[in-house]
Design a protein around this ligand. Structure first.
Ligand code: ZN
Length: 72
């Protein structure tokens, strides 16, 4: 089975997201493996009770705000 991995690029300054790497805000955009379309990694992070912890997708939290997903 072929699964389509989505690779996207994010600007660390203004958080613009593109599908092709380019320079934004005078920096190279950062490559992110966002997983397959519709999978858990592209959904907002929720805790065990289903409460929204962040509006950002999981891959974003892992990279830029890992402490949000850190359950004490
Ligand atoms: Zn930018």
């Amino acid at each position: 089975m072929v699964t389509e991995q989505r690779i996207i690029y994010v600007c660390q300054e203004c958080f613009t997201i593109t599908e092709k790497q380019r320079t934004c805000c005078e920096h190279d955009m950062v490559r992110i493996d966002a997983g397959t379309p519709g999978d858990e990694r592209s959904k907002p992070l929720r805790d065990a009770q289903g409460n929204l912890k962040s509006r950002a997708p999981v891959w974003w939290v892992e990279r830029y705000a890992w402490w949000i997903g850190d359950d004490e």
